[in-house]
Design a protein around this ligand. Structure first.
Ligand SMILES: O=C(O)C(=O)C[C@H](O)[C@H](O)COP(=O)(O)O
Length: 206
């Protein structure tokens, strides 16, 4: 998963209601400079959206988010997902994602959850829900005893706050939904999505 975290400072987390928006949205994100895209499995359109993006937008690194139960992992990979993201971690979910054959980013919010994954050799994790769970000071504190773990904080992060996370040594990139506002998708305003992606891609790592 390490290579994927290094590709861009921000992973857009997207909720797709209409499958017809998937490919133009992915093209806009890639054109703006954000090739790594997480499509959440929250809508009936999600798996078909992943299929289309995988087939039609070769420069996108498409992955699936909201992996909630073990069976989601294989379905997401069969649709073309190149990585998997879950909001939390259970042993059976970690087993299923580990067996999927693609890199994965399991969700954690406490030191004990981090250690549960650390014992299994995992070093990249999603910190969720980032803002609500304690934000930048919390992640900074986790970095004391656990400097070898790299996080992708997600949940409540916006462009204005992303830099504070990216400045931490234990943050690889951040995730967020602010790149693809629901109204921009509903009206087909892909120029706005490309602009938001461009601004996010320009966020500087220290
Ligand atoms: O669906 C999932 O698997 C999740 O873990 C939740 C998302 O990462 C957050 O909902 C991000 O949403 P924002 O807070 O709007 O950036």
């Amino acid at each position: 998963m390490s290579e994927i975290l290094d590709l861009a400072p921000v992973i857009p987390v997207v909720v797709i209601e209409d499958v017809a928006t998937a490919v133009p949205m992915a093209r806009a994100l890639v054109a703006g400079g954000l090739p790594v895209i997480e499509v959440t499995l929250r809508t009936p359109a999600a798996l078909e959206s992943i299929r289309r993006i995988a087939a039609e937008v070769p420069d996108a690194v498409i992955g699936a988010g909201t992996i909630l139960v073990p069976g989601d992992a294989a379905k997401a990979v069969a649709a073309g997902s190149r990585f998997l993201v879950s909001p939390g971690s259970t042993p059976s979910l970690i087993d299923a994602m580990g067996a999927s054959g693609v890199p994965f980013l399991p969700g954690v919010a406490t030191a004990s959850e981090v250690l549960g994954l650390y014992e299994r050799g995992l070093r990249e994790m999603k910190f969720f829900p980032a803002e609500a769970a304690g934000g930048v000071p919390y992640l900074k504190a986790l970095g004391g005893p656990l400097p070898g773990v790299r996080f992708c904080p997600t949940g409540g992060i916006r462009r204005e706050t992303a830099c504070d996370y990216l400045a931490l040594p234990n943050v690889g990139c951040v995730g967020g939904t602010w790149l693809t506002p629901a109204d921009a998708l509903a009206t087909g305003d892909y120029a706005r999505i490309e602009k938001l992606a461009g601004e996010a891609a320009a966020l500087q790592l220290p």
